[in-house]
Each structure stands twice: as structure tokens, then as C-alpha cells.
Design a binder for this molecule. Structure first.
Ligand code: SF4
Length: 278
């Protein structure tokens, strides 16, 4: 069977959602980004097959960074925008064409650092967007600088004596605003990413999913966990899954670990509803 939009034969049921002519991707061996992409594609596939989402209405928007390369590989309308500006770009597209389902994927540096102000204001107005923030605790593509999410005490190239600052907890920050959905998943638990994305695709308003991910090449190498399996197993040992955890449990602490789950689920009027355009 020919793969739609591609010159290669189909090898996998999800190939139709990928620009297989763009593969192989640039991600390093052992990177968690492929796990995240596969999980998101499975959630989309479920929604498309059950008829609750039209494939032609999906648009991916990314900024800059390793995670942002996702927009090159998906076989949907996609925009690869400026560093930190994916949320602003997607907001404009959604206001112009309310029928689109805007999916933003970016790293922690791109989304919560350089694009942090856009993120805050989109959550504040409950803008009809899905933001998937991949947290690998470092600016990876640019060489391992401290990211807003870097846990306290860890080495980065800009904190050679250990990060003295507390990390930015995006789950807690976004939950304090006006989003309809906030969840945290991890590449160590792919079905959770799929489940949370499936949920988000069925909702309106601002939906935020943080996905903890593995970057063996930069983050892992700098903290003595260069081997992808070792880093993956280390992250896996640090996460715990909870049903509807309290936001106060969402601390980003490399020593104490991380709580995964759905922190916020509500049905507040979305920005487009408030404007009467939904
Ligand atoms: S540098 Fe890190 S985040 Fe970027 S592709 Fe390589 S492993 Fe993945």
C-alpha cells in the first residue's frame, strides 16, 4: 500500500502520519523524542478512526530545538516558527481559522524559557491550543546550557558548579492560571502520553501536557548518564504515576523524583467561546 503523501511503501500503520521521505530523523540514538512522537500519533490515530477529529484540520506548530524538529516529520500541515514563538503563531492561526486543531510541540527551553510569556498568556485566556512541552532539563540542541527546568544542583555548561536556582515548575505555573487541562507524562510510560493526548484532543481551551524525556547525548552525558538505557532506567526509577495528583505534588526535583498524572481537568469557557467564535 502506498503511503499517503510519501514515495515509500507503508511499513507501519502510522506511516501515513509521517513524512517518511524525511526519514531518518536527526534525533540521537536513545533520544526520547521518537517515543513522544509515536505516542502522539497513536492518540491522533484513535481520534481520527473514531471520527471525532478530522485529519485535515490538524496543524502542528513548533519553535526551535530538537523537539521542534517534529514539524518536519509529521504528515500534517505544519509550521516551524521562531524560537519561543510557536504559541503566538498558533494563537493567530486558531483565531483566523477556529476549526483547526492546533498542536504545539516544543522543548522546555523553547516553550517555558524563550516562549514563557506567550505560554503564560495563552493559559491565562484559556486559548484553544494543545501544548506538549518536552522537558529534558537542558537546552540540548545548543550545547547543554541551563534550561528553566534544570533541577537544582545539576551540571550544565552554564552552571559548571551545579545549578544554584530552583527549576521552573510549568505544571504548577500553568495550573495557577486558567487552563482546562494540565498533565505530566514521561517517555518512560508511553501509554500515558497517548492517553493524555487522546484526552486533550477531545477537550477545548488551553491544554498543557509536560512530557519528561531523555537526552542521553547532552543532559545524560553531562551528568554521567551517557548510556541511553541507563538514563532511561534512571528516569523511570524517579517517576511515580498518580490518579489526579494535587498540584502541590508536582515538584521538579531530580533527587525526590516526579509525579505523573492529570493535575487539572475542567470545562471552563474557552477563549473562542468567550469571543463567540466556537
Ligand atoms: S541532543 Fe538530546 S534532545 Fe537533542 S536529539 Fe540528541 S538526545 Fe535528543
Amino acid at each position: 500500500m502506498d503511503v499517503e503523501g510519501s514515495s515509500v511503501k507503508g511499513y507501519h500503520p502510522l506511516d501515513k502520519y509521517l513524512r517518511t521521505d524525511r526519514l531518518p530523523h536527526i534525533w540521537c540514538p536513545g533520544c526520547g523524542l521518537g517515543i513522544n512522537l509515536g505516542s502522539i500519533m497513536r492518540a491522533i490515530d484513535r481520534r481520527v478512526r473514531e471520527g471525532s477529529l478530522k485529519r485535515e484540520n490538524i496543524v502542528f506548530v513548533t519553535g526551535i530545538g530538537c523537539s521542534a524538529r517534529t514539524s518536519f516529520y509529521v504528515n500534517f500541515d505544519a509550521a516551524h516558527t521562531l524560537h519561543g514563538r510557536a504559541v503566538a503563531f498558533a494563537t493567530g492561526a486558531k483565531l483566523a481559522k477556529p476549526g483547526l486543531e492546533m498542536i504545539i510541540i516544543g522543548g522546555d527551553g523553547d516553550i517555558a524559557g524563550i516562549g514563557g510569556n506567550h505560554l503564560i498568556h495563552a493559559a491565562k485566556r484559556n486559548m484553544d491550543l494543545i501544548v506538549v512541552m518536552i522537558t529534558n532539563f537542558v537546552y540540548a540542541m545548543t550545547g547543554g546550557q541551563m534550561a528553566p527546568t534544570t533541577p537544582r544542583g545539576l551540571y550544565t555548561t552554564t552552571t559548571p558548579y551545579g545549578n544554584p536556582e530552583p527549576p521552573l515548575n510549568a505544571v504548577k505555573l500553568i495550573s495557577s492560571l486558567n487552563p482546562n487541562y494540565v498533565a505530566r507524562a514521561s517517555v518512560t510510560h508511553p501509554p500515558l502520553i497517548e492517553q493524555f493526548m487522546y484526552r486533550a484532543l477531545g477537550m477545548k481551551g488551553f491544554r498543557f501536557i509536560e512530557v519528561l524525556s531523555t537526552c542521553p547525548e547532552i543532559f545524560g552525558r553531562h551528568i554521567g548518564l551517557r548510556d541511553p538505557v541507563t538514563l532511561y532506567n534512571t528516569l523511570r526509577s524517579k517517576v511515580v504515576v498518580k490518579q489526579n495528583p494535587n498540584v502541590e505534588e508536582s515538584e521538579l526535583d531530580w533527587e525526590k523524583g516526579f509525579v505523573l498524572g492529570e493535575y487539572i481537568m475542567r470545562d471552563n469557557p474557552s477563549y473562542l467561546e468567550i469571543l463567540g467564535r466556537r
